[in-house]
Design a protein around this ligand. Structure first.
Ligand SMILES: [Zn+2]
Ligand SMILES: [Zn+2]
Length: 333
C-alpha cells in the first residue's frame, strides 16, 4: 500500500510506494559496468606529476615531500572569487555578479581509489581538509553558505575520474536551504529542542531504519527518504556546523562514512552517488536549532515529471528495506 510520509525537519512530503523488487539487485538492473581504473593516468590533471595543470593549492599535506591530499581553486568554477555581491536590477528582475569560492579537494594521489577503498587515515585526512577549508572560507565576510559535496560517477554529474570532492561557497542562502532552517526555528520555538536531535532519538527508538551506530554518529535511512537507499549520517552531539567537529570525531566519522559507502557499493554494485555535507549558514554556527549532517544519495532513479512538477518524490523502496539491505551487507570483502 502506498503511503505519504512527512520529513519531520523540512515538512516535505514523499510517497513511499514499494515496487515488486525483493532484492537489491532488482533495483539496479541498469547498473553501469565499469572497467577497473589504473593507479596512475598520465593525462589526468589530478595525478601526481601534473600539479602544474591545477592552480596553486590552498591546502596541501604533508607540506613537504610527496603530497597525500591537496585542495586547489576550481579552474572551471561556475562562480568567481573577485566580484562584488551587490544586487542590481535588470528592469524589475534581480541580479548579482557571480561571486563565490569554488575549490576541489583532491583526496588522494591514487587515481583508482574511492572513499570506500581508501585507508582509514586517508578518509580522515579528507574529512579534516573539509573542516579546515570550511573554517578558512567562512572567514570571508562576503560568504554566507559553504556546501561540500562529492559526485561519484557520470550519473552523479562528474566527468573526472580521479577521486575528488568539491566545495562551493556562496554569498546567497537559497530558499532550498533557508526554508528548512525556518522550519527548524519553528520547531525549536514550539518544543524547545533541535528537530535533528529529536530525529536521532526517534530513529534510535524505532530502530528499523538504522544502518550503523557508533558513540558519536548514527547512519540511517530517513523515515521520509526521497529515493531508494538515501542515507544520512548525523553526529549525535548537537553541532550546527561541521566547523565544530573535533579530531577524535573526525576519526570516528571516517570509519562510519567509509563503512556506509562500502556497504552501498557492495549492496548496489558500485552505483554512482552524490553526497552532501550540510552545515548551518555562516554566523549560525552556534545555534541550538540547526544540526549538520551528511546525506548520501545513490543515483538509482531519476526525478520525473511528477517530482519536478509537485516536489513530491516517489520512493519505490521503503527506507526500512533499504536500511535492512545495507545493514546486512558485509564490509569485510
Ligand atoms: Zn588521476
Ligand atoms: Zn541537534
Amino acid at each position: 500500500m502506498p503511503e505519504f510520509r512527512q520529513n519531520k525537519a523540512t515538512k516535505e512530503w514523499v510517497v513511499i510506494s514499494p515496487g515488486r523488487g525483493k532484492r537489491p539487485s532488482d533495483f539496479v538492473k541498469d547498473a553501469v559496468k565499469r572497467e577497473p581504473l589504473p593507479l596512475f593516468k598520465a593525462d589526468c590533471p589530478f595525478c601526481p606529476g601534473n600539479e602544474k595543470q591545477t592552480p596553486e593549492p590552498v591546502y596541501v599535506l604533508p607540506k613537504v615531500g610527496d603530497w597525500k591530499i591537496r585542495a586547489v581553486p576550481n579552474k572551471f568554477a561556475a562562480l568567481q572569487p573577485d566580484l562584488a555581491t551587490t544586487r542590481t536590477n535588470v528592469g524589475s528582475f534581480l541580479s548579482a555578479k557571480g561571486f563565490g569560492v569554488a575549490e576541489v579537494v583532491i583526496e588522494t594521489p591514487e587515481h583508482n581509489k574511492t572513499i570506500a577503498s581508501m585507508e582509514l587515515n586517508q578518509v580522515a585526512a579528507v574529512l579534516m581538509a573539509y573542516r579546515e577549508r570550511q573554517r578558512e572560507i567562512s572567514r570571508n565576510e562576503k560568504i554566507n553558505l559553504v556546501t561540500i559535496f562529492r559526485n561519484h560517477g557520470p550519473r552523479a554529474g562528474t566527468s573526472l575520474e580521479h577521486p575528488h570532492s568539491q566545495i562551493i561557497a556562496t554569498p546567497i542562502v537559497p530558499p532550498h536551504v533557508r526554508y528548512p532552517i525556518e522550519q527548524a526555528v519553528l520547531h525549536y520555538d514550539k518544543y524547545g529542542t533541535c528537530v535533528y536531535c529529536d530525529t536521532i532519538d526517534e530513529e534510535r527508538r524505532q530502530k528499523e531504519r538504522l544502518i550503523l551506530e557508533t558513540d558519536n554518529f548514527l547512519a540511517f535511512c530517513p523515515w521520509a527518504a526521497r529515493s531508494p537507499f538515501e542515507c544520512r549520517i548525523y553526529p549525535r552531539r548537537h553541532m550546527a556546523s561541521y566547523i565544530s567537529i573535533n579530531g577524535e570525531e573526525i576519526d570516528e566519522l571516517a570509519g562510519v562514512l567509509r563503512s556506509l559507502l562500502l556497504k552501498i557499493s557492495n549492496c548496489l554494485d558500485n552505483p554512482d552517488y552524490n553526497y552532501v555535507l550540510r552545515s548551518s549558514p555562516i554566523g549560525d554556527e552556534d545555534t541550538r536549532y540547526l544540526h549538520w549532517y551528511i546525506v548520501v544519495i545513490p543515483k538509482i532513479t531519476t526525478p520525473a515529471g511528477f517530482e519536478i512538477g509537485s516536489g513530491i518524490y516517489i520512493n519505490t523502496v521503503a527506507p526500512e528495506d533499504s536500511a535492512r539491505f545495507l545493514r546486512e551487507t558485509k564490509t569485510d570483502t
